[in-house]
Write a protein that binds this ligand. Structure first.
Ligand SMILES: Nc1ncnc2c1ncn2[C@@H]1O[C@H](COP(=O)(O)OP(=O)(O)O)[C@@H](O)[C@H]1O
Ligand SMILES: [Mg+2]
Length: 277
């Protein structure tokens, strides 16, 4: 009987190459955090944009990557109508606005109203392309706004980036809370640090405390709650982050941003002293 040599797994080596390309490209970025949830429409993009704006106002160098490939809406929300340009080396250049470096698939569309109909693997590829081909300047934090779900974009990101944090957004609606739990379990399964949960669109309609209860149940921080507010609609009409125009929401986001930042720093300390609890 002859010994069989196990064949090298071509998928594993391709993933390693992709990880290396991405980590080389992100060498100027101190921390990468993702904003996600299981559900669509719960306010991930809203939280990602306003967290980015708040951290930028605190003096952090912030990048924002819209990883919602089919329905990218970060550019519209921030009033960016520019197309993305390439550097001389062929890298994608982010668009600067309010001190934030922004990249979105919307900046590559000729017609933003046309749907992009892509299969999952193409979405994963587009996300890894963005991660390996955008020329970020030096950043304290890169915030990635994920599309809904726990496959494609979210999976590519978790497999290929050393995330410093994952912020999970949910409303108190039972189906949103259930999907937020799935997002949490996915992050845990992939050994990614969960920064905590943000409750969004708090209102009497959904009842109270379900997101807080979930955070307590899984032992993750509750980062804060944002009320359902009319000012958000007004901000959308003005293509501005609501934190730029509404003092109440600015205060709410300042508290969330502080908690997010201190969670990220706690992770740093754990890395420095891995045996201390
Ligand atoms: N706290 C809030 N109050 C009022 N409207 C909100 C709030 N959060 C988000 N929205 C609005 O709800 C819609 C969905 O939010 P969005 O951030 O696009 O969700 P997601 O990215 O999770 O799909 C958007 O029109 C957004 O402006
Ligand atoms: Mg979104």
């Amino acid at each position: 009987m002859t010994d069989t040599v196990p064949a090298a797994n071509p998928f594993a080596s391709r993933l390693d190459e992709q990880k290396k390309r991405i980590s080389d490209n992100l060498s100027m970025v101190k921390k990468v955090i993702a904003v996600g949830s299981g559900k669509g429409g719960v306010g991930k993009t809203f939280v990602a944009i306003n967290l980015a704006w708040t951290l930028a106002r605190k003096g952090k160098k912030v990048g924002l990557l819209d990883a919602d490939i089919d329905c990218p809406n970060v550019f519209v929300a921030l009033g960016i109508s520019d197309q993305l340009e390439a550097s001389d080396e062929g890298k994608i250049l982010p668009v600067p606005i309010d001190g934030i470096q922004v990249v979105s698939m919307a900046g590559l569309s000729e017609d933003p109203e046309q749907p992009r109909i892509w299969r999952g693997p193409m979405i994963g590829k587009a996300v890894s392309d963005f991660l390996s081909k955008v020329e970020w300047s030096e950043l304290d934090v890169l915030i990635i706004d994920l599309p809904p779900g726990t496959s494609d974009a979210a999976l590519t990101l978790m497999q290929s980036v050393d995330l410093a944090g994952f912020v999970i957004v949910s409303t108190n609606a039972p189906s949103a809370v259930l999907d937020a739990k799935k997002a949490f379990l996915m992050a845990k399964e992939m050994n990614k640090p969960v920064t905590g949960f943000v409750e969004n669109m708090r209102s009497d309609m959904f009842g109270r405390e379900k997101v807080e209860d979930l955070a307590a149940e899984v032992g993750a921080p509750f980062l804060g709650a944002i009320e359902l507010e009319k000012a958000v609609q007004q901000a959308l009409e003005e293509n501005r982050p609501v934190t730029a125009i509404d003092p109440k929401l600015r205060i709410a986001f300042e508290s969330i941003a502080e908690k997010v930042w201190s969670e990220l720093t706690v992770e740093d300390k754990r890395d420095e002293n891995p045996h201390e609890e």
